[in-house]
Ligand binder design. Structure first.
Ligand SMILES: Cc1ncc(COP(=O)(O)O)c(C=O)c1O
Length: 401
């Protein structure tokens, strides 16, 4: 190691020590099966120990990542198209399986067209590159929007204004402030990833219409969860945003993001979305799996309702025990505990009782709102929820605020 390298290494270690001192150090977990519902931690913070835990930390809402039909479809896609796409869509990576999924997704969410990206993260970068392409544009974003939306704004040409979470008056104020912009683009999520609360989407769409603003809705946590056949909150409310952003990595149990909207919007993403243009197309397995997941959701259209019932049982039990849990119908059940250190302790105590629900800390969530984000899925059994409630009840006294 050269002297310079050693100095950098030392700096990096100091920065890591600072993160650790404020309970913000992250470590990769290493999980070895068996099935998503139960996981075996075999590395990372638990190095050396192999522990089987009930998993409450996945976003596989419908349990489709482990569904036999979905896994078989992924395998068939590999046999037909290969293990990788080998190039970006605009070179030789555009396979029939990509287009097939795009058409199915467009039909599902009720848009004219759709384009898939390799991740949902890239979908947010791409849509903002397409819509916010001039320095005369302003993006007006809900304060609690996902990091990928913020990164998309940073990479775009536009200025940014933030409005208070779900606050229509503040949104209108910011729209008036940006009146002179060439284009105003409002970015919201339909269900927020860390709180599980819903945006007042109908009202937001009306405000955007009154102010001639474009509306981008990230439906990542609503797909497979609400709406007809799990098609999301826009479909449920009959809202047609300028762009709907989604992912196949959560409610569809696969991988890959998408942007849906008018034909012109989609063409613009194809031509300006650098995260789409300069990245290898999604793997065929993910495309095949996502189409099969859509088939399951269409055939078994009561799945979103069943999921809501399961998460309501958990939510109400935790509220009755006295935990600080917000009402709502999303399966995201955030248990607020305040400080990061408390959240880490609670996560560890649960782990010792057989449950995996890692602490969610700043900067992922605002300061003093650290929490456990507990997420029951269709892969869980009712007895799993009961076991978790029993464990939480035993910890309530110790973690009284
Ligand atoms: C609201 C939201 N948008 C976008 C993303 C990124 O999606 P993906 O995991 O498919 O990259 C996430 C993922 O956590 C998310 O929660």
């Amino acid at each position: 190691m050269s002297v310079d390298d050693q100095a950098i290494e030392e700096q990096l270690r100091e920065e890591l020590a600072e993160l650790s001192a404020c309970d913000q150090l992250r470590q990769r977990s290493v999980i070895d099966g068996p099935d998503g519902r139960q996981i075996s931690l075999c590395g990372g913070p638990n190095a050396g120990k192999r522990v089987k835990l009930l998993n409450w930390a996945g976003n596989d809402y419908q349990g489709l990542a482990q569904d036999r039909r979905v896994k078989n479809a992924a395998a068939r896609a590999v046999r037909s198209y290969g293990a990788g796409a080998a190039a970006s869509r605009l070179l030789s990576g555009g396979l029939r399986c990509h287009r097939r999924l795009e058409q199915r997704l467009a039909g599902w969410v009720g848009s004219d067209d759709c384009v898939v990206t390799t991740t949902g993260y890239q979908a947010n970068l791409a849509v903002l590159a397409a819509l916010a392409s001039s320095t005369e544009d302003t993006v007006i974003v809900d304060r609690l929007a996902h990091a990928s939306t913020y990164d998309g704004i940073r990479l775009s040409a536009a200025s940014m204004l933030r409005f208070s979470h779900n606050n229509l008056q503040d949104l209108e104020r910011k729209l008036r402030l940006a009146e002179a912009s060439r284009r105003r683009i409002v970015c919201v999520e339909s269900i927020y990833s860390m709180d599980g609360d819903e945006a007042p989407l109908r009202e937001i769409a009306d405000v955007c219409e009154r102010h001639n603003a474009a509306l981008v809705v990230d439906e990542d946590h609503a797909l497979g969860v609400v709406g007809p056949c799990g098609a999301g909150l826009c479909a449920e409310l009959g809202v047609r945003p300028t762009a709907l952003v989604g992912t196949c990595s959560k409610g569809l149990g696969s991988q890959g993001g998408f942007v849906a909207g008018s034909a012109a919007l989609v063409e613009q993403v194809v031509n300006r979305g650098r995260s789409f243009i300069f990245s290898t197309a999604p793997v065929p397995a993910a495309m095949g799996a996502a189409v099969a997941a859509l088939d399951v959701l269409r055939r078994e259209d009561d799945r979103p309702q069943q999921l809501q019932q399961r998460s309501q049982a958990l939510r109400q039990a935790l509220i009755a025990q006295g935990w600080q849990v917000a009402q709502g119908r999303s399966p995201i059940v955030p248990v607020l505990v305040g400080e990061a250190a408390t959240a880490l302790r609670l996560a560890q105590a649960l782990r010792e009782r057989g449950h995996y629900a890692p602490a969610i800390r700043p900067p992922t969530v605002p300061a003093h709102t650290a929490r456990l984000r507990i997420l029951p899925t269709m892969a869980h059994r009712d007895t799993d929820v009961r076991r978790l409630c029993e464990a939480m009840a035993t910890l309530r006294q110790e973690f009284t605020a």
